[in-house]
Design a protein around this ligand. Structure first.
Ligand code: ADP
Ligand code: MG
Length: 156
């Protein structure tokens, strides 16, 4: 995907279905940064991505309390999704190091999906790592606007 793409979803099922569709454009080693307020639908989208990659999303609840949850999958050479939720962590390099972020990012057959990306991430995501931002906004009518930005190889 080289241009940004915007969709509007009317419910969690549609957001999940969009995640499933997005999964087709994901490659091993990709990093996805998921931005959006609480209850925007970030975890819902991840559930769809996981399903699209042949994983089992039934237990993919929000990892907010455990910070990282890893799910096996089996599609396009991707064997695992590391689902990271930084909501409760301080924006500090040490905190990210402590959760083992470096190791997750070095996992060449993995996709790392990060909810609540923080500036401290820049220390971990070096040049050459394909990063895609996804921004979810809740609109006045309750629908979600999901914008998938083009893949970049550095964080600004
Ligand atoms: P986040 O991870 O961003 O905090 P979740 O995916 O955990 O958000 O939760 C989103 C909540 O919003 C769920 O309760 C879901 O049912 C609800 N919801 C309503 N409409 C949508 C939509 N279009 N897309 C995603 N979630 C929606
Ligand atoms: Mg969440």
């Amino acid at each position: 995907m080289t241009v940004s793409r915007v969709v509007t979803t009317s419910g969690p099922e549609e957001t999940e279905a969009f995640g499933e569709e997005m999964a087709r454009t994901i490659s091993p080693g990709d990093v996805i940064l998921l931005e959006g307020d609480l209850a925007a639908g970030k975890t819902t989208l991840v559930r769809g991505v996981l399903r699209g990659l042949g994983g089992y999303p039934d237990d993919s609840s929000s990892p907010t309390f455990v910070v990282v949850q890893s799910y096996s999958c089996n599609e396009h050479g991707i064997t695992v999704i590391h689902h990271v939720d930084l909501y409760r962590l301080p924006d500090e390099v040490d905190a990210l190091r402590e959760i083992g972020l470096e190791e997750y990012l070095l996992d060449e057959q993995a996709v790392v999906v990060i909810e609540w990306p923080r500036p401290a991430l820049a220390d971990f995501i070096g040049p050459g790592i394909p990063v895609r931002r996804v921004v979810i906004n809740r609109m006045e009518d309750g629908k979600r606007r999901i914008e998938v930005l083009p893949v970049r190889t550095e964080v600004q």
